[in-house]
Ligand binder design. Structure first.
Ligand SMILES: Nc1ncnc2c1ncn2[C@@H]1O[C@H](COP(=O)(O)OP(=O)(O)OP(=O)(O)O)[C@@H](O)[C@H]1O
Ligand SMILES: O=P(O)(O)OC[C@H]1O[C@H](OP(=O)(O)OP(=O)(O)O)[C@H](O)[C@@H]1O
Length: 561
């Protein structure tokens, strides 16, 4: 037997434990001097109680106790504090200022077993206070805590969700369109947002001025002037909700000496069911993932009973320590602003068009069209990592590359946390369900007899999502290539696969039964790189100019996320 810890759980040895203890003591002392009192919450929480608070972050570990209650190991502390306030502290006047440092637990995705599943969350909840002063206090304390943890090059990206809410409300748009827009904001998917606010908006009867404002808002970023820019955009539509308070918060933070750290960025808006005012996230150019985040969530405590306004932040100690000493971080190229921009370039059928697109965007692509077996091509100012297209999202999401290119299909299949920025137009293909010509009746009989059919595919997520929508029960078999063989050999009834020219289907006597989605190549970025490296936005603009697909085109059949 191997005496190993469970995947994602680890021992902390003395040197690291000493460093953790020091940071924890410094941060807790700082929070204490600002009036924050310690609290602790239980490791286990009743799952339904967690769900009652709205968004349950991550996927919690779940277990049944002897009473038959479904319990969750806490994936986060904020929901528990909300529950505690509305129950144990009901009737007490407040305000409350709480701090905590607790382990949280989250299940990992099947293919990300190396990911940490136990992390130390440090955070505060400022409950019962409202207004710019309280918001600034919370953001300022996150900055202080990160500095005490030794994180040097961090940026605080800030926005307020009120403006988008007001725009959506005032637009009179149908609920389904609004939901899709929120989904695109939440996923940082600019391509989808352009699709929705382009011709899709007119199809849905959304007034063009509102569609245009909703599409432009997440592109507004910068210093204090970005708030004025947002105001100019939304004031004529009467949708300035929350902007005055946001501007005041910015000014208070600037007065506290944080101006250089702040980045107003209306694309950081997410979790609209949860946040009601300011939202913020801390990014370091030494780390591929955000170090911490927070915001105002005035409705959450009310979902457990007594209503109280609240704001807070949380960060992972392990992330902060990794950002403080970046050596050895997964792929992070470190805080040197002069380092080359690292781009994940797909090999295979997208390669030639990708090299052409990057060259047309002004990058030095020397040697990229014929790299031989060389996996990294280094040119002045840029480094190309040559990857299998299906791996490109993983390289970018984990910060091993700043940005990358692959098909929309690969992005959907990977469900990686990246910012989808440009539809490059090339690599067009369709995903279809196909079966041997004339097999329709046999397949239907099979389905009648067994209640499901077997589908072979290289894309199990896209396939599962398609059949979840159609409500058909299927058994999915994952293959790695030559998918067409599956129905020809009797291994499966149908396939879900790419078709471009239709030659492969034709030559193997397969016919299309259903359309699933259409795909083209996308340029996408790591979320931190997008917010800390201005070269990404410059590249987006250059690629957009060259792309075949104008932004806002309402592609048909594209997968909705
Ligand atoms: N006829 C086509 N066949 C395959 N892919 C196509 C075709 N037309 C466009 N594409 C796009 O090109 C992408 C890359 O395809 P390619 O065949 O080069 O790699 P792959 O073998 O699917 O990926 P991996 O090597 O990572 O498994 C696809 O994900 C799809 O978006
Ligand atoms: O409509 P067509 O132009 O004929 O293209 C479709 C074929 O291309 C893809 O295969 P790929 O070449 O990627 O090989 P694979 O089967 O190994 O995935 C896809 O899986 C189809 O087999």
């Amino acid at each position: 037997m191997d005496y190993v810890t469970p995947a994602g759980f680890r021992d902390v040895l003395v040197d690291e434990a000493v460093a953790r203890e020091r940071i924890a003591a410094d941060v807790q002392a700082c929070l204490a001097t600002r009036g924050y009192a310690p609290i602790e919450t239980p490791t286990l929480e009743v799952m339904d109680v967690l769900r009652a608070g709205g968004r349950v972050p991550g996927s919690p570990f779940k277990l049944f106790d002897a009473r038959g209650d479904l319990l969750a190991m806490r994936p986060d502390v904020t929901l528990q504090v909300a529950r505690m306030c509305a129950t144990r502290l009901a009737g007490q006047p407040g305000p409350f200022r709480f701090r905590y440092m607790q382990r949280v637990f989250r299940e990992a995705e099947a293919e990300m077993q190396a990911e940490a599943r136990e992390m130390t969350q440090i955070g505060i909840e400022c409950i019962g206070e409202q207004g710019a002063e309280a918001d600034a206090e919370v953001v300022e304390l996150l900055a202080e805590a990160l500095a005490l943890a030794g994180v040097e090059n961090f940026k605080l990206a800030l926005a307020t969700v009120g403006v988008l809410r007001a725009l959506l409300e005032a637009s009179g748009a149908p609920a389904s369109w609004r939901e899709q827009v929120l989904g695109a904001y939440h996923a940082s998917n600019f391509v989808e947002l352009d699709r929705l606010t382009g011709s899709c908006a007119s199809d849905a009867g959304v007034p063009p001025v509102f569609a245009a404002a909703i599409g432009s808002l997440p592109r507004i970023r910068g210093g204090r002037s970005a708030i004025d820019e947002a105001r100019e955009l939304v004031a004529p539509l009467g949708c300035e909700s929350g902007l005055d308070s946001f501007a005041r918060t910015f000014d208070l933070l600037a007065e506290a000496g944080l101006a250089d750290r702040l980045l107003v960025d209306f694309s950081v808006m997410s979790s609209f069911d949860y946040y009601t005012g300011i939202v913020f996230a801390a990014y370091s150019d030494a780390l591929g993932t955000p170090i911490g985040s927070g915001g105002r969530y005035d409705n959450m405590i009310g979902s457990y009973g007594e209503r109280r306004p609240a704001a807070g932040f949380a960060f992972f100690l392990e992330q902060a320590m990794a950002a403080a000493s970046p050596v050895g971080n997964a792929g992070s190229a470190g805080p040197d602003a002069c380092r080359p921009l690292r781009i994940a370039v797909p090999k295979g059928s997208l390669n030639a068009d990708t090299v052409a697109a990057l060259g047309a965007a002004g990058l030095d692509v020397t040697g990229l069209d014929s790299p031989g077996r060389q996996l990294i091509i280094r040119n002045p100012g840029v480094e190309y990592v040559i990857v299998r297209p299906t791996d490109a999202p993983t390289f970018v999401a984990l910060g091993a590359a700043d940005c990358g290119i692959c098909g929309k299909d690969s992005l959907l299949e990977a469900t990686a946390d990246v910012v989808e920025l440009v539809d490059l137009g090339y690599g067009a293909c369709r995903f279809v369900v196909a079966e041997p010509a004339g097999a329709g009746e046999t397949t239907a009989e099979h389905c009648r007899r067994l209640g499901s059919i077997r589908i072979a595919t290289k894309y199990p997520r896209i396939t599962a999502s398609h059949y979840a929508k159609t409500g058909t029960q299927v058994e999915i078999v994952k293959l790695h290539g030559n998918i067409e063989l599956a129905p020809l050999t009797g291994m499966a009834e149908r396939i879900v696969d790419i078709t471009a020219t239709g030659t492969t289907l034709r030559e193997n006597d397969l016919t299309v039964v259903e359309e699933v989605l259409s795909s083209t190549a996308r340029f996408f970025s790591n979320a931190c790189a997008f917010r800390t490296d201005p070269r990404i936005v410059q590249l987006v603009e250059a690629l957009q100019r060259e792309a075949d697909v104008p932004s806002g085109q309402c592609a048909t059949g594209e997968e909705q996320e």
